[in-house]
Design a binder for this molecule. Sequence first.
Ligand SMILES: Nc1ncnc2c1ncn2[C@@H]1O[C@H](COP(=O)(O)OP(=O)(O)O)[C@@H](O)[C@H]1O
Ligand SMILES: [Mg+2]
Length: 350
Amino acid sequence: MSTIELIGVSRRYGGVTAVDKTDLQIEDGELVTLLGPSGSGKSTILSMIAGLTQPSSGHIKIGGRDVTHVRPAQRNLGIVFQSYALFPHMSVFDNIAFPLSIRGLRKTEIVKRVGKALEQVRLTGLQDRRPSQLSGGQQQRVALARALVFEPEILLLDEPMGALDRKLREEVQLELRQLQRELGVTTLLVTHDQEEALSLSTRVVVLDQGRVQQVDTPVGAYRRPANRFVAGFMGAANIFEGRITPGVGGNSMVMANGESLPCTTGDAVVGPACLVVRPEHIKVLDAAASTGLPGRVLEVVYFGQAARIHIQTDSGMPLVAISDGLESFPMPGQPVRMDWAPEHTWVMAA
Ligand SMILES: Nc1ncnc2c1ncn2[C@@H]1O[C@H](COP(=O)(O)OP(=O)(O)O)[C@@H](O)[C@H]1O
Ligand SMILES: [Mg+2]
């Protein structure tokens, strides 16, 4: 049993509330990400679970046991930080063996376990090298092996891919996901990268200013954001403000300028609201089309599998659409209309 539970946990630094009355439950074997901008309290939460920072109030339980006042070494956690913090003068083998040596394991047992850890992170054969003789991705894998070598129940990772370039990051992400699933170790990963959070996690915890904004599956957080902050942080979102008015054949949102936008409202939201439309759901139509919001193309950014089309509506609002499967794209300055299916919208109370 390696569930993690935060019950009303707060952490204050002088006048700053880094983490505010947070409740959170992470189930056995999950890979949960803490996602939020810099300063939102992600590292503080991780550090309190690790026992490196004391909560100002509240309780933390691991596997049902209250560990709020238990020392870090007694919590059976593996930890990886952004800076790998490998010992530069020690070989890969000695770096990975370190947590076992300080626990006083026998030499033969250490050799066996380090060998297994090297295999898990695909570094077999590199055990005699120094960290400086490894690439960034390999160094990160050594750090991961060192965190896994004593078979912790819980793995805590604080922006572990932050120092890697994009391609390498994607590689290590995939490996981490596979390894985590294989080992079944309950994992909490801190990131400010929404793509990383969406692609890796079983659930995402979105944080802002020390407060949990939403706990959901990646799909749930992306498609059904709880509020404006989550909508904007989980990828690009077009957010319209207005009033929802029930109508025949579906609802619509009426904006301040009187323009009416198609939408559906699951929970019968009526009155002031925000309407979210993801860029991939916006269809960019010819200006002569009979439906859609009129606007003008500002910029087209082609990136291979699709293009991002920046548009300004005639009422002055900037929007972004993503179009794929087109052989040619509209030109900057070109008048267009934008339309979307009502079922591809998400309405939040304002
Ligand atoms: N040791 C500390 N002393 C004072 N303030 C801190 C300390 N650690 C974190 N904070 C503050 O707490 C807030 C949350 O920080 P942190 O948890 O590091 O955020 P994140 O990891 O999301 O970037 C920030 O405002 C930060 O300045
Ligand atoms: Mg941090």
